[in-house]
Design a binder for this molecule. Structure first.
Ligand code: GLA
Length: 393
């Protein structure tokens, strides 16, 4: 569905339900990540970008204190008074939103009720951060409509806090940041320690970005993700103990790690080895991208995949298959799993014009092996969360 159609259908749905035009329309994008996986919570750097897949919000303020949230795609509605004590519910989509409101209430903001309909073109559970788009889009809506004066950075941090507290995933900041700060044709090099960021042109020369959705929903993500966080924290404390000057993974060398191989034990060593090398790879990838050395960027992506699969162990058989299949296709210059893992999408740099042929070939092989239909998304690097200008009829 195009952006235009998404806006039209969300607006129509709002009118049908609330018998009125929405006051405003907002778009909140999903994200890709070129490289820098699982290191946003490890003091690393990441290289994400917002994409042209969105959650659209049609909204109006009401004159009472009741919020009516309508998830158009799920055909579900949730009503509540925002002044009540907010607690996580058994509906996940509601929790993302309540978590944001909870954060605002903690900051003593005063609101009013709202009518909100939202609908999405970001596939769920595919690793494209539909959750960050939902949290941050909602935060952005409230900020604009109630003039809360929050910065984009605060909105991203509130989204992340919502996920920690109401959803239970101890995520890093990458997804929220990319969704809110995205710019057309730019990837964001984000320093996850300071949140300093710079934009780099996403000029991939003769290659385009092809996302392959394994259709394996990442149901183990929450537990697997949180376990990884505990493991690297443990690893870092062992490193710090031996080398007090190493306060973050950024300052840790491979030699230091190797010296600690025994004390870390096999699992922690692997996790930490991945982190240290992934931080290096992001810096090398940015250097390569700026020099339009796409072959180097692609090679780093393959290395990242190997690390995620064998050392960090967050991939799965199906996504490994997709990456391995493309290794021998000469029109593909880079491929790796993307996002939290345990399913979801692979991100691939493929020669423009070959997408169709390659997709046919790989989807057939994938179906033969797993009996699962492969999906693909051709995405463009786009701007971050925004309010649409009202058309004057
Ligand atoms: C999920 C999290 C992010 C990041 C990625 C892995 O998408 O929300 O913070 O850690 O996984 O890079």
């Amino acid at each position: 569905m195009t952006k235009k159609k998404l806006i039209a259908s969300t607006t129509e749905h709002f009118k049908t339900i609330f018998q009125n035009e929405p006051e405003a329309i907002f778009l909140s994008p999903g994200r890709i990540n070129l490289i820098g996986e699982h290191i946003d919570y490890n003091d690393g750097f990441v290289l994400p970008a917002a994409i042209n897949k969105y959650i659209c919000f049609a909204v109006s303020i009401t004159f009472d204190n009741e919020f009516t949230l309508v998830a158009q795609d799920l055909n579900e509605t949730y009503r509540f008074d925002w002044r009540e004590a907010l607690k996580p519910t058994d509906k996940m989509w509601v929790n993302y939103l309540l978590g944001v409101l909870h954060q605002l209430k903690e900051r003593n903001f005063s609101l009013k009720g709202m009518h909100i309909v939202f609908s999405s073109t970001i596939p769920m559970g595919a690793g494209l951060s539909s959750s960050a788009a939902l949290e941050c889009g909602f935060g952005y809506v409230l900020n604009k409509q109630f003039n809360l004066g929050l910065s984009r950075q605060e909105i991203a941090l509130i989204g992340q806090q919502s996920e920690h507290t109401f959803v239970g995933v101890k995520c890093g900041i990458m997804d929220q940041f990319a969704s809110v700060f995205g710019k057309k044709n730019k990837v964001i090099k984000l320093d996850c320690t300071t949140l300093a960021h710079e934009y780099h042109t996403a000029d991939l020369k003769k290659y385009s970005i092809l996302l392959l959705d394994s259709n394996v929903k990442h149901t183990h993500l929450t537990s697997g993700y949180n376990t990884r966080r505990e493991e690297v924290e443990k690893g870092l404390s062992i490193i710090k103990n031996r080398f007090p000057s190493v306060t973050t993974f950024r300052a840790c060398t491979e030699e230091q790690l190797n010296e600690l191989k025994n004390s870390l034990g096999e699992t922690l060593y692997k996790r930490c080895h991945f982190v240290v090398n992934e931080i290096r790879r992001v810096n090398e990838a940015v250097y390569a991208l700026d020099r339009k050395n796409i072959a180097k960027l692609g090679q780093l992506m393959y290395e990242t995949h190997d690390g995620l699969s064998k050392e960090y162990e967050v991939s799965c058989e199906e996504v490994d298959f997709l990456v391995d299949f493309f290794r021998t296709e000469k029109q593909v210059i880079g491929s790796r799993m993307m996002g939290g893992g345990f399913g979801g999408c692979s991100i691939n740099l493929v020669e423009k014009g070959c997408e169709e042929t390659l997709f046919k070939k790989i989807s057939q092989a994938y179906f033969e092996k797993f009996g699962i239909q492969l999906n693909r998304y051709k995405v463009k690097v786009s701007k971050g969360t925004s309010k649409m200008k009202k058309k004057i009829n």
